[in-house]
Design a protein around this ligand. Structure first.
Ligand SMILES: Nc1nc2c(ncn2[C@@H]2O[C@H](COP(=O)(O)OP(=O)(O)OP(=O)(O)O)[C@@H](O)[C@H]2O)c(=O)[nH]1
Length: 257
């Protein structure tokens, strides 16, 4: 009843966004994954020197979900002093490696360690457990079977060893649904985490991270807002004309200046 009234007045309460951070070595397909999710398109090449922040609204399980997705530029991951802030900002992490690149696979262990380390302060203050940090391990490029260096079994085993909440093998190039499922999983984890701990609030240190993130992002990235009208997943790209103007299957994505 209250929501109907809100709707009539045009005052729809804003859903709390789910904040997702995508990490992984250069060239594993981080940008390709999120662009696939947002636009359904596979775009060949991207500017890898940009750290990009996306806001995207989508319907999942008949619910409106607001994603805020940070696509970390690999070179910034290793140099940036704000990496710690970015990690504290995120609710869910997607760790990507390429099944054709053993180094990128091994590096996921280091990244998982960093995530745990940076979340530790918050966990100590809120008495949450590290196992509550949802990290999804994703092996990309399974269309390149002949160049495979990491088996499915190895990926699955590593995911369990690292305490990841889920493991996916995907081809961003070949399968749009697989890309979608990764983000759906992120949403499911985030939702069950919120149910388990309904009082889960961002700690003051995380609010600090947010403030820092927002101010820093003005210099390193620009938010792009895309939306999806309620409906089937097949309409996703049709409802994002602004992005479509920027993205093509041949060209680069252009970023707002
Ligand atoms: N064969 C194949 N190539 C892919 C796939 N996903 C991405 N690529 C290619 O891999 C290359 C790197 O993709 P990006 O999305 O730029 O990778 P990234 O991890 O964002 O790289 P950085 O921005 O340097 O960190 C591009 O040439 C993509 O076209 C896939 O599923 N299969």
């Amino acid at each position: 009843m209250a929501s109907m009234l809100y709707n009539k007045m045009g005052l729809i309460p804003k859903q709390k966004p789910i904040r997702v951070m995508i990490m992984g070595q250069p060239g594993v397909g981080k940008t390709a994954l999120l662009v696939r999710f947002v636009t359904k398109r596979f775009i060949g090449d991207y500017d890898s020197n940009l750290e990009k922040m996306y806001m995207y609204q989508v319907t999942m399980d008949s619910e409106t979900v607001n994603f805020e997705i940070l696509d970390t530029a690999a070179y910034i991951q290793y140099k940036s002093c704000n990496m710690e802030m970015n990690m504290r900002w995120a609710d869910v992490f997607i760790l990507v490696y390429s099944i054709t690149d053993k180094c990128s696979f091994d590096d996921c262990s280091r990244l998982k360690f960093l995530i745990n380390y940076n979340k530790k302060k918050r966990r100590l203050s809120t008495k949450e457990h590290l196992s509550d940090v949802p990290v999804i391990l994703v092996g990309n490029k399974i269309d390149q079977q002949y160049d495979r260096m990491v088996t499915y079994a190895d990926g699955k085993k590593r995911s369990q060893e690292l305490g990841c909440v889920a493991f996916h093998e995907i081809s961003v190039r070949e399968d749009v649904d697989q890309a979608y499922e990764v983000f759906k999983e992120a949403y499911t984890c985030w939702k069950s985490m919120s149910y388990k701990n309904p009082k889960l609030k961002r700690s003051s240190s995380d609010n600090g991270a947010e403030a820092f993130f927002n101010s820093a992002s003005r210099f390193i990235s620009w938010p792009l807002v895309f939306g999806e009208s309620a409906g089937s997943s097949s309409s996703r790209s049709e409802d994002t004309p602004e992005f479509r103007a920027r993205a093509s299957t041949e060209g680069h994505v252009q970023w707002r200046k």
